[in-house]
Design a binder for this molecule. Structure first.
Ligand code: NAP
Length: 242
């Protein structure tokens, strides 16, 4: 049995990634923090794809919660390890910096950056021991070029890109690859409230992307065939200038 963990697997891009990995033969661990019914829906879809899965509830920004959940899973599966990790959980709390509450600065950084540390650090050792692992970090076009109103999100996504490049160099010899995916505008709950018609005009492809398109890219990066790609950021943005 091959295991994959997707943080924020209950909705949007994370759900599509769970389904892609299930179709690739993985037993999928679906993490979420608050939308239990959405996580259940993802699990049902994994079952419909003919695979097993399970739900792991924890807040990736909470070190203790995350460690307890992962340690409990590892104790229950002493002969298994999680060979694929997709650090996908994320939020946005947009505001011009001049108006940005301290809480919104910290929450976005905590979930993306501390979340990356909290989840990746305990899962790394087993990947190194087994000499195979795939880590995909969900970044953003904003982490590459910045966006007004998103200084917190840009700092978090830029940080995750830098962490990706560093970690990739630490573990490449052990056949563990670490890459970031940088989506542009993808049709999910995260874009709620944005002016789609106006934004589409800024995208050469003249449309938002789909979660499934991002999941296909993640699927390739996870595959054995992508073993020589590491420390990279792959954009998927319909030609949006970066
Ligand atoms: P989404 O539909 O809003 O889903 C966010 C997911 O993250 C949900 O599953 C949510 O769980 C989970 N989550 C949020 N906070 C969490 C926490 N503290 N601990 C564990 N899980 C948590 O967002 P999305 O659009 O699919 O985005 C997924 C990733 O892609 C994010 O990292 C986002 O920054 C990135 N991204 C998205 C876009 C886009 O246009 N949509 C573009 C670039 C990058 P619950 O369901 O329990 O709330």
């Amino acid at each position: 049995m091959k295991y994959a963990l997707v943080t924020g697997g209950s909705r949007g891009i994370g759900r599509a990634v769970c389904l892609k990995l299930a179709r690739m033969g993985y037993h999928v661990l679906i993490n979420y923090v608050s939308h239990a019914e959405e996580a259940e829906a993802t699990l049902r879809m994994v079952h419909e794809a003919g695979r097993e899965g399970e739900i792991l509830k924890f807040d990736v920004s909470n070190r203790q919660q995350t460690t307890e959940a992962l340690e409990a899973w590892m104790e229950a599966h002493p002969d298994a390890y999680i060979e694929v990790l997709v650090n996908n959980a994320g939020i946005r709390r947009d505001n011009l910096l001049v108006f940005m509450p301290e809480e919104d600065w910290h929450r976005v950084l905590d979930i993306t950056l501390s979340g990356f540390y909290n989840v990746t650090q305990p899962l790394l050792q087993p990947m190194l021991v087994h000499k195979f692992g795939r880590i995909i970090n969900m970044a953003s076009v904003t982490g590459l070029k910045g966006m007004p109103g998103q200084a917190n999100y840009a700092a978090a996504k830029g940080g995750i890109i830098a962490a990706t490049k560093s970690l990739a160099q630490e573990v490449a010899r052990k056949n563990v690859t670490v890459n970031a995916v940088a989506p542009g505008f993808i049709q999910t709950d995260m874009l709620e409230g944005l002016d789609e018609a106006a934004l589409k005009k800024t995208i050469p492809a003249n449309r938002f992307g789909t979660p499934e398109e991002v999941a296909e890219l993640v699927g390739f990066l996870v595959s054995k065939e992508a073993g020589y790609i590491t420390g990279n950021v792959i954009s998927i943005n319909g030609g949006l200038y970066t």
